[in-house]
Design a binder for this molecule. Structure first.
Ligand code: NGQ
Ligand code: ZN
Length: 464
């Protein structure tokens, strides 16, 4: 058997659905050839259903998987993003390196089983419980590097710069003590992490947490330092997620957060604007035209009551976008697409809002857009089924009850995204040409998930 090729009767290429596709890759796991209208060679495995590109997850805080379900009750008279954040900080304050590693490994196994083949970790819990650096300052970053290697998911590591608790350089709160680094210290961390990331095929970037957490001078210095280290490194930032942030930014600068950023930072295609929920139409179009990716996290944005992204203005500006699972209220690539489309339907009272003229099937259009945008934000060659990209691919189960005998691969993908069998219809997941999920299961499914549960029990016991 040729272990570096797969034949698909139907595969979703960047240009759309193609028939009788032979995918071949090299020893390093990069696609060398994507031939259409082929005959399946005798020595080649034939996919048991339509083949899709693997989805990059462009925004994750792995530790937040540990408290899923535990913030869904009313505490304050008016619960909000900010009261959720206070609860979240309690877990961030308590987690240990071993717990983080176990929770992240379990999470990455779940991600693979749910159609994500790579992940961008927006990593901000850096220090020991008292706020002092660990003896090895990279300790918690290393937990994430090891977790991704073990699960076999691609990684873009984004160490987070965090310095202040609000606009105007207000000092950090107690709850933020594990996040704080000076700009020089952050640049030194990046230098140390760079060879370690390279050694395992991970990409290193930088994440200024938000305009609330990084004052203008620090932002400039950090970006200069990053530029000197790697001019193409990705930059991710949380922005305009909540109206309170917009109001505080207006009070501080007279500008809205995205407006301010566009006027004060070299925003371009290296950037991922995470959430970008609250922009005016003009502001949105201007941001879209920079080539930056909008990092949309539909399940978390709904869970936290953020608001609804204005996709119409973004797309009018030619904007690119991808999806992330962020707080992991939901870990499922197809479900994020569904929730995004549904939010747009609810807001516009239309249907098939994110379909395009070229791809009228909305699930196909969204999958292609989210893979392209996710790959750009990841700054890794994971942009779908084309030569030069990693062989990251998903095989849908054509025999699944909901897919069987549907008239086309396009309708099978629609059923996968919109008809409630999002996870169970995924048969195989390949990352860099290696089969990581077989019959819907990762080889570490039992061990990694139960280790994650054990770590969660310990964490809960030690969280006040
Ligand atoms: C975070 N999460 O960093 O985990 C944030 C909350 C903040 C989301 N924005 C904290 N979804 O923004 O200050
Ligand atoms: Zn986030």
């Amino acid at each position: 058997m040729n272990e570096r090729s797969l034949f698909a009767a139907h595969a979703l290429l960047p240009t759309g659905w193609a028939r009788d596709v032979l995918l071949s890759w090299n020893e390093q796991g990069f696609l060398t050839d994507v031939k259409t209208q082929c005959v399946c060679p005798a020595d080649t495995l034939q996919a048991a259903g339509p083949v899709l590109p693997g989805m990059p997850n462009l925004h994750s805080h792995a530790f937040q998987r540990a408290f899923g379900g535990l913030t869904e009750y009313r505490g304050a008279a008016q619960d909000s993003f900010w009261s959720w954040r206070s609860l979240m900080y309690r877990f961030a304050a308590a987690i240990t390196p071993d717990q983080l590693e176990a929770i992240a490994t379990g999470l990455y196994v779940e991600m693979l089983e749910a159609g994500y083949t790579s992940v961008c970790e927006f990593h901000y819990v850096h220090h020991d419980h008292d706020g002092r650096p660990y003896a090895d300052d990279m300790a918690l970053s290393m937990c994430l590097l090891r977790a991704s290697a073990r699960a076999g998911i691609g990684l873009t590591l984004l160490p987070v710069l965090y310095q202040t608790s609000g606009f105007g350089a207000s000092p950090p709160s107690e709850g933020q003590r594990r996040f704080i680094r000076s700009t020089d210290n952050m640049l030194a961390l990046l230098q140390k992490l760079k060879p370690l990331c390279e050694a395992q095929g991970a990409r290193l970037g930088l994440a200024p947490h938000s305009l609330r957490a990084v004052p203008p001078d620090s932002l400039r210095e950090a970006l200069d330092g990053l530029q000197a280290m790697d001019a193409k490194a990705p930059v991710h930032i949380h922005i305009a997620e909540q109206t309170a942030e917009v109001d505080a930014c207006l009070a501080w600068s007279g500008q809205r957060p995205v407006e301010w950023l566009l006027d004060h930072a070299p925003v371009d295609a290296r950037w991922c604007l995470v959430h970008a929920t609250h922009m005016g139409a003009e502001e949105g179009m201007r941001a879209a035209r920079t080539g930056a990716v909008a990092g949309l996290c539909p399940s978390t944005e709904a869970n936290l009551g953020d608001g609804i992204f204005d996709a119409a203005s973004w797309l009018q500006g030619g904007g690119r976008w991808g999806v992330g699972s962020d707080s992991h209220a939901c870990v499922n690539a197809a479900e994020e697409l569904m929730l995004l489309e549904y939010s747009q339907r609810l807001a516009t009272r239309q249907r098939n809002v994110l379909a395009t003229a070229e791809q009228p099937s909305v699930a196909t259009a969204m999958t292609l857009a989210a893979v392209a945008g996710g790959a750009q934000a990841s700054a890794r060659p994971v942009a779908g089924l084309a030569a030069g990209q990693q062989a990251d691919l998903l095989v849908l189960d054509a025999q699944h009850l909901l897919l069987r005998d549907l008239p086309s691969p396009e309708t099978m993908l629609s059923a996968h995204v919109f008809a409630s069998h999002r996870q169970s219809a995924l048969l195989q997941v390949w990352v860099g040409g290696r089969l990581r999920v077989q019959s819907g299961r990762h080889a570490l499914h039992d061990s990694a998930l139960s280790d994650g549960v054990t770590a969660r029990q310990q964490l809960l016991k030690n969280t006040p």
